[in-house]
Design a binder for this molecule. Structure first.
Ligand code: 5GP
Ligand code: ZN
Length: 136
């Protein structure tokens, strides 16, 4: 667990662009976004994937999505979103701590799932806008 990248992000040992946090979940921007505002919603409880974790962690992840998605879309000017979860090596999972990809979509979006290189400044500005959206 100590070697888990996302546990280190939750603990603040590795920096991230945090969007939201509550007792059970943590939300931060993906460093390789497929769309502006691409965020990862993760349970704080470590488990390598959804089905290895508790039902509570799974429900908390979806509860957080339900709580924040509309306000995040509004703040970004996004009009839809995609969700994704890569499960297991053969499912394309790279980081073995449960995470739900939240990918905002925009009018005219090509809806491709291709990672983009984004500067730290751009990521930080996007995170600021999303955090502000959650304050309203
Ligand atoms: P997976 O392929 O496991 O579903 O997705 C892992 C995601 O984590 C990828 O989209 C990748 O860009 C993201 N990621 C990997 N390392 C880091 C990191 O150090 N910080 C952040 N914010 N995201 C990361
Ligand atoms: Zn972990």
């Amino acid at each position: 667990m100590n070697e888990c990248l996302f546990c280190k992000i939750i603990a603040g040992e590795i920096p991230s662009q945090k969007i939201y946090e509550d007792g059970d979940t943590f939300v931060f921007l993906d460093i390789g976004p497929v769309s502006r505002g691409h965020a990862l919603i993760i349970p704080k409880e470590h488990a390598s994937d959804l089905n290895s974790g508790t039902e509570e962690a799974a429900l908390a992840t979806m509860r957080t999505l339900h709580r924040i998605a509309s306000r995040l879309l509004k703040s970004l000017g996004a009009t839809g979103y995609n969700l994704g979860m890569n499960h297991g090596l053969d499912g394309g999972q790279d980081v073995f701590h449960t995470h739900l990809h939240f990918m905002p979509r925009y009018a005219g979006d090509d809806r491709k799932f291709i990672k983009n290189e984004v500067s730290p400044d751009e990521l930080s500005e996007t995170a600021r806008i999303m955090r502000e959206g959650l304050e309203s």
